[in-house]
Ligand binder design. Structure first.
Ligand SMILES: [Zn+2]
Length: 367
């Protein structure tokens, strides 16, 4: 089956200030890793263009689009404007090229959906900006590219698209946009009691919206139980296309979440949902540990293409990994496994009772 890796030079060059969680140049490192392993043959790389402002304004408020563009070119914004659009602060900083990067991110989602319209898998690791709101930025997300991927399928006549959000944070922007659209099945597995504090189990709508807040410390066995319960629901919806936000902040070792699943459980989950529709778009998302993100997404790309994942990494990659650093992770917290391999050890453990109850509730939504 066709597979595509969505790329654009802006993804590897944008400059986040050094104190920001996204200052870890994770896209560039991950791209280098895949290149070194020979996993990016030319025919699989799909260069995407930035979406033009009129197209972006089909989802986002036009004034917001223009303001972000101006700010990105160096024009200073007054405080009222920054507050109104939630930009120019620590959470959503303004720097040169941020508009172009955000426009390329949504352009990548449109390109990804178009590439697989007749079947196939497109991986857009710089996508997954699931918090972006219609008229403001939120949670490091300026525009909302998953919405564009879903909308591209809708514009091409698809009437059943399943959205599965595996990022540790609730996919609030996507849910908000499609909550009244019966063509879209919306689901999100995220850590409970974590920002943005939406996506409660009570918010669910049978057969259409399934939010699964999970407790901190979730292990692979608990995760698999939940994945299987959600799978039954997505299966029942019988999607023509799936759009998956594969945020890597749900992995053990991420500094911004306390979910503890291995990348093996993560890959299995993505593959499971991919198996449910011929057209698949897999997006990136969060992920703030540069080692676990690079390993999770490169391994995911390998799994989606049937590449064999080496047990031990080539020395060039080990050196690259040893040279990386992250302000949010102390040196003594760096797990040696992160420096030497791609696949984690599976994180098996007891299944806590409340996970069994949660799984039963999710399963009941499919009945
Ligand atoms: Zn996240």
């Amino acid at each position: 089956m066709n597979s595509f890796f969505i790329s654009n030079s802006y993804f590897y060059s944008a400059e986040w200030a050094s104190n920001h969680p996204l200052a870890i140049s994770r896209q560039a490192k991950f791209y280098d890793l895949c290149q070194i392993l020979g996993w990016l043959p030319k025919e699989k790389i799909l260069q995407c263009n930035g979406l033009n402002q009129e197209k972006i304004a089909e989802i986002h408020d036009y004034n917001y689009v223009i303001i972000l563009k101006k700010a990105s070119s160096g024009i200073n914004l007054d405080q009222e404007t920054r507050l109104k659009y939630n930009i120019g602060n620590f959470e959503n900083p303004i720097f040169t090229g941020i508009y172009e990067r955000a426009a390329a991110s949504v352009g990548g989602s449109v390109a990804a959906a178009n590439a697989v319209m007749n079947g196939g898998t497109a991986f857009h690791p710089a996508g997954g900006t699931h918090h972006g709101k219609r008229d403001k930025a939120s949670g490091f997300c300026y525009f909302n590219d998953p919405i564009f991927a879903i909308k591209t399928f809708i514009d091409n006549g698809f009437s059943r698209i399943a959205y599965v959000d595996l990022d540790a944070h609730h996919g609030d922007g996507v849910e908000e946009y499609f909550k009244n659209d019966d063509r879209v099945f919306i689901s999100s597995i995220h850590e409970e009691n974590r920002w943005p504090h939406t996506g409660k189990l009570d918010d669910n709508k049978k057969g259409r919206i399934i939010n699964i807040p999970v407790s901190a410390g979730i292990n692979d066995d608990e995760y698999n139980l939940i994945i299987n319960a959600l799978y039954i629901n997505v299966c029942k919806f019988a999607p023509q296309a799936v759009v998956i936000t594969a945020g890597a902040d749900c992995l053990n070792g991420d500094p911004l979440s306390k979910m503890e699943i291995s990348n093996i459980a993560f890959w299995n989950a993505v593959q499971k949902f991919c198996s449910l529709a011929p057209s698949r778009v897999v997006l990136g998302g969060g992920g703030y540990n540069p080692w676990t993100v690079s390993r999770a997404w490169s391994g995911l790309w390998a799994k989606l293409n049937g590449y064999e994942i080496p047990d031990i990494l080539p020395s060039e990659i080990k050196e690259m990994f040893s040279a990386m650093s992250c302000d949010l992770i102390d040196d003594d917290e760096i797990n040696p496994v992160w420096l030497n391999t791609i696949a984690d050890q599976e994180n098996h453990g007891d299944i806590r009772t409340h996970f069994i109850d949660l799984s039963d509730k999710i399963r009941a939504f499919a009945e």
